[in-house]
Design a protein around this ligand. Structure first.
Ligand SMILES: [Zn+2]
Length: 68
């Protein structure tokens, strides 16, 4: 029983830590890869690459989000 509780606590801790890592995403503009009307941003933390139409970096990290 104690083992199960420990596993749950560890799982919650992992979720919290991964959320913190997401917030720590640092986006850097890559103008060489800009598209028509879209700006390219690379995440320095997890290596994700995103295109936005607003010219601003994305608010969230997309590294763990399934691509559509
Ligand atoms: Zn990231």
């Amino acid at each position: 029983m104690i083992v199960v509780v420990g596993l749950i606590i560890a799982f919650v801790l992992v979720l919290i830590l991964s959320n913190r890592r997401t917030r720590a995403c640092r986006w850097r503009a890559d103008r060489r890869q800009d598209r028509e009307g879209e700006s390219c941003f690379n995440c320095m933390t997890c290596g994700a690459q995103v295109f936005t139409s607003t010219g601003k970096p994305p608010l969230d990290c997309v590294a763990n989000t399934p691509k559509s």
